[in-house]
Ligand binder design. Structure first.
Ligand code: AMP
Length: 423
């Protein structure tokens, strides 16, 4: 019996791991430079945490959650996103001190029961930040700056930053009325999903991919027309800071996002090199009411999340080469000609590994020529041959696979030289 991984999940190995490692390392490094600290939360929460935060009427809660009961009958859900858990944890452990904003980041698997396709999986990983405790537009600008710089550092060239404001509760309410009035005459032409959204989650109609709905929405009134002066100024303040930072952005008045907790600013970063429904690499926004809704203090917050797999897929599609692939690093393969020489072999392995030199050995005996060829195809830069002669005379035979020169050094007296050669 051969088993496959469950639908919507993937195994990663080989080069993919190098991409994932590069994305995670770059992100972690940048988050630390911007002074964000890591928080780790569980992979599952009580279902209510997500139902409340993401919204009962959202697509995610309605259709996409992996919900199950534990042995005591409690309803639990595998996390579909990171913000709700972080907010729950911040309140539970009272992490909001006097020194706000609290700047946190997280990384890990998320789970959504979606229809799988390229760049859309049921288990995927996100890395994200949350800046908790500032209602300043400068905070929004900082995290948008971080998001943009992160993708630049990953090697993306043509990025488009879509930014919008969905207003404060007052102007959003006013806009809903305007939008619902506009949609009323088109009700018979809207898809079933959009009809269902009206009155419950009306803004989400802008997310619809159905052509007739898109046509209807093209001429719909924009939310910017309903924004109050305060919300308008807030958005303009963000734009002004982004200009100082030389960050290009696009005020996309049709941008909406899938979580109910958003208030005011929302944004998404898109690779404009690729025309695909899955070209959104990451996104986020403000959530000024969630802390209070979860029983915490009234603290304004903002954050974003990026998809690791989608970022990797796009990097590969765009031919973005990882820096490590270009740089030559020493990688040493020790060819042991007989298990009789294991003691000698392990002494050398121990020395090289202690000195952080990437190395490996043949655990199965084959012939020397084949081993050297194999080492070459695997990208090793050097081989060290350990045979009768080497062991009897305390020697190391080192072959440079780039130019096929070979030299012998004394294992007893020339360790520094060995390191010089291999580093
Ligand atoms: P969201 O949490 O929906 O705002 O999504 C943020 C980012 O996570 C997206 O831009 C994608 O890169 C990634 N993402 C969201 N859903 C999926 C999924 N089902 N599969 C893979 N990546 C996803």
């Amino acid at each position: 019996m051969i088993y496959n991984s469950p639908r919507g999940t993937t195994d990663y190995y080989g080069k993919d791991i190098k991409y994932i490692e590069f994305i995670l390392n770059t992100a972690r490094e940048m988050f630390k430079i911007y002074n964000y600290e890591e928080i780790v939360t569980p992979h599952f929460e009580y279902t209510e945490v997500f139902a409340r935060a993401v919204g009962e009427n959202s697509e995610i809660v309605q259709k996409e959650m992996f919900t199950f009961q534990d042995k005591k009958g409690r309803s639990l859900t595998l996390r579909p996103e990171g913000t709700a858990s972080v907010v729950r944890a911040v309140i539970e452990h009272k992490l909001f001190g006097e020194n706000l904003p609290l700047k946190l980041f997280y990384a890990g698997s998320m789970f959504r029961y979606e229809r799988p396709q390229k760049g859309r999986m049921r288990e995927f990983s996100q890395i994200g930040v949350e800046a908790i405790g500032s209602d300043s537009p400068a905070m929004d600008a900082e995290i948008i700056w971080l998001l943009n710089s992160l993708f630049k550092n990953l090697g993306f060239k043509n990025l488009k930053l879509h930014i919008n404001s969905i207003g404060c509760p007052q102007c959003r309410k006013e806009y809903m009325n305007v939008l619902e009035k506009y949609l009323k005459p088109y009700e018979k032409d809207l898809c079933a999903d959009c009809l269902n959204r009206i009155g419950k989650n009306t803004l989400r109609v802008f997310d619809c991919k159905v052509e007739t709905c898109r046509k209807i929405l093209k001429n719909a009134p924009k939310i910017s027309g309903s924004l109050c002066e305060k919300c308008k100024k807030y958005l303009q303040d963000i734009f002004d800071i982004l200009k100082v930072l030389d960050i290009e952005y696009f005020h996309n008045e049709n941008l909406v996002r899938g979580f109910d907790y958003y208030t005011g600013t929302i944004f998404e970063i898109i690779s404009s090199d690729i025309e695909s429904a899955q070209n959104a690499l990451g996104g986020g926004g403000r959530y000024d009411d969630l802390m209070e809704e979860f029983g915490g203090p009234k603290i304004s917050s903002t954050g974003f999340a990026i998809g690791i797999e989608r970022t990797m897929l796009l990097m590969k599609d765009l031919g973005i080469i990882l820096p490590n692939f270009k740089n030559k690093t020493s990688k040493v393969y020790l060819i042991n000609m007989s298990s009789r020489f294991n003691e000698y072999l392990f002494g050398i392995l121990k020395f090289l590994r202690h000195n952080k030199i990437i190395c490996d050995t043949n655990f199965n005996m084959k012939n020397l020529g084949k081993e050297i060829k194999w080492a070459q195809t695997e990208g090793y830069s050097h081989v060290i041959i350990i045979g009768e002669n080497e062991v009897s005379n305390n020697l190391l035979t080192i072959k440079d696979l780039n130019n096929f020169t070979q030299m012998q050094l004394s294992w007893l007296n020339e360790k520094a030289k060995v390191l010089d050669l291999l580093k």
